[in-house]
Ligand binder design. Structure first.
Ligand code: AMP
Ligand code: MG
Length: 409
C-alpha cells in the first residue's frame, strides 16, 4: 500500500549506539611541537619525564640556621651566612652553624635547619629552644621531582601548573596533538547574516556563530564557511570546501524531512552516512557521516537542538581528536528543584542550571524547553538526562546530568 507520509529511511539509533558509531571513526590527530609557554589548553601527546632531580642539591626551606642535630641544644658558633644562589658552602663541623636563607644550598655536615623564630644569636653564638630533628626544614634532592619521575602524562591538558612544570624542567617546546580544524556551514534560504538587513520572516544566523564559539571553546580552530541556500549545488560546493580545509565539518539545518532538506542526501552522495536519526529529544534528525576520511555532523536547524547536539556528540568527538583522555563531560547526580516532565517516546536532554543547595547539587530548569528557544541554553551548565515516560519527576527526585559548565553558586 502506498502512503504519502514522508518517513526517514535511516534507522533510529539510540544515543549509545550513535556515540559508539562516532567513536569508531575517531583517532587522535598527529602530534606537533609547539612553544611550551603559551601551550595552555593543548593536550600532551607523549609522556614527559624529569631528566634531573629537583632540587638537585639539598636546600633550605626556611630562613634560619643550618646545624648538626646531634649537637642537641648546646650553643653553637655561627661561622658563615648562606644565601640562595650562593656558591656551594664548605662542610659544617661539630659545634658550628651557618646562617641560611630560604633556597640556599645546605652545607655538607648540616642535617637540620632551625627557623630564626626559634633561635637567638648573640655575639656570634647561637642558642636554640628545642632539640632539632634530622631533616628539619631541609628540601631533599628530588623532593619536588625525582629523576625519571612522570611530569606530564600523555593525554593531559596543559594549564597554568603544567606550563610551569615545563619551564621548571627546562622544556621550551612540547609535543601536543594537532588542533582539529572545524568548518561550520549554515543552511537555509531564510537564514541571513546577523548584520544584514532582515526581510520579513528571515532568521538571523545564530547557529553558526554559536557553533563557532563552541568549537573554539572545545579547543579547536574554527572556520566559518557562511550560509548555503537550500540548493544542491551550492551546499555540495561548500561541503567539499569544508572537507578540503577542515578535519571536521558541521552543518546546521536541512536534516529533517522537508523537501528542501538536502544535507543527508548530499552527505550520502559524497561519503558514508553512519546514522541519520537518533532517539533523543531534541536532535532526532542529527546525522553523522564520514567523507574523505573526515567526520561530518549534520546538526538540526533549531538553535537549542544544534547546541545540545554539539554538547552531546560533537564536543566529545572534538576532544577525542585532540587526544583528550577525558573527552566527555562528567555525569553528576542532581536533585530536581522542581517538577520535570519527561518526553513519552525518547530520552530528553533538558537544559538546567545546577547549583549547590544545602550540600546537594540541585537542578533548576532554564524554562520552556522547545528546541527553537535558544534562551533555554542561556547560562545552562547542565543537560538533565530525562528517561522517557509518562509520570513526571517530582522535586527531590534524582536524575543524572551532564555537567557542561562550571558550578557557579
Ligand atoms: P531546518 O532543520 O533547516 O528545517 O531548520 C529548522 C528551524 O531552524 C527553522 O525554523 C530554521 O529557520 C531554523 N534555523 C535553521 N538554520 C538556522 C540558523 N543558522 N540560525 C538560526 N535558526 C536556524
Ligand atoms: Mg532549513
Amino acid at each position: 500500500m502506498s502512503s504519502n507520509r514522508r518517513e526517514s529511511s535511516y534507522p533510529m539509533v539510540t544515543f549509545e549506539e550513535a556515540y559508539r558509531m562516532i567513536n569508531a571513526q575517531l583517532t587522535p590527530l598527529p602530534a606537533e611541537q609547539v612553544p611550551a609557554f603559551t601551550a595552555e589548553g593543548r593536550i600532551v601527546a607523549e609522556d614527559i619525564n624529569a631528566t634531573e632531580a629537583m632540587p638537585d642539591i639539598p636546600k633550605a626551606m626556611v630562613d634560619g640556621y643550618a646545624l648538626r642535630a646531634g649537637d642537641g641544644t648546646a650553643a653553637r658558633r655561627v661561622l658563615s651566612e648562606l644565601t640562595a644562589g650562593g656558591s656551594t658552602p664548605g662542610p659544617l663541623t661539630e659545634g658550628t652553624a651557618a646562617r641560611i636563607m630560604t633556597g640556599a644550598p645546605v652545607p655538607a655536615g648540616a642535617d637540620a635547619l632551625v627557623m630564626f623564630e626559634h633561635a637567638r644569636e648573640q655575639e656570634g653564638m647561637l642558642q636554640i629552644e628545642r632539640v632539632p630533628q634530622v631533616g628539619d626544614n631541609i628540601r631533599n634532592i628530588g623532593q619536588d621531582a625525582a629523576i625519571g619521575e612522570l611530569i606530564l602524562a600523555q593525554g593531559s591538558v596543559l594549564s597554568a601548573a603544567e606550563v610551569g612544570l615545563l619551564a621548571m624542567i627546562g622544556r621550551t617546546s612540547v609535543p601536543v596533538y594537532r588542533r582539529p580544524k572545524v568548518a561550520v556551514i549554515s543552511t537555509g534560504d531564510e537564514v541571513v547574516e546577523p548584520d544584514a538587513p532582515r526581510p520579513i520572516g528571515a532568521v538571523r544566523d545564530s547557529n553558526r556563530y554559536a557553533l563557532l564559539a563552541a568549537v573554539r571553546e572545545a579547543g579547536c580552530a574554527a572556520i566559518s564557511l557562511g550560509i548555503a541556500p537550500d540548493a544542491w549545488d551550492t551546499q555540495r560546493e561548500l561541503l567539499l570546501r569544508g572537507f578540503a580545509e577542515a578535519d571536521v565539518v558541521l552543518t546546521s539545518g536541512g536534516v529533517s524531512l522537508g523537501t528542501r532538506d538536502l544535507v543527508k542526501p548530499l552527505l550520502a552522495e559524497l561519503g558514508t552516512v553512519h546514522f541519520g536519526r537518533v532517539l533523543l529529544k531534541p536532535g532526532k534528525p542529527t546525522t553523522f557521516a564520514t567523507v574523505q576520511g573526515k567526520c561530518a555532523f549534520g546538526l538540526p536547524g533549531n538553535p537549542a537542538s544544534s547546541l545540545v547536539m554539539f554538547e552531546v556528540f560533537v564536543r566529545p568527538a572534538l576532544r577525542r581528536l585532540q587526544g583528550d583522555l577525558h573527552p566527555e563531560r562528567p555525569t553528576v547526580q542532581v536533585v530536581l528543584g522542581e517538577t520535570i516532565r519527561p518526553a513519552q517516546d525518547r530520552p530528553e536532554c533538558q537544559r538546567v542550571l545546577i547549583a549547590w543547595r544545602n550540600g546537594r547539587l540541585v537542578a533548576q530548569t532554564t524554562g520552556v524547553q522547545t528546541s527553537t528557544r535558544l534562551l533555554s541554553m542561556r547560562s545552562a551548565n547542565g543537560l538533565l538526562l530525562v528517561p522517557p515516560g509518562t509520570t513526571p519527576y517530582q522535586p527531590g527526585d534524582t536524575l543524572p546530568a551532564l555537567l557542561t559548565g562550571a558550578i557557579r553558586e
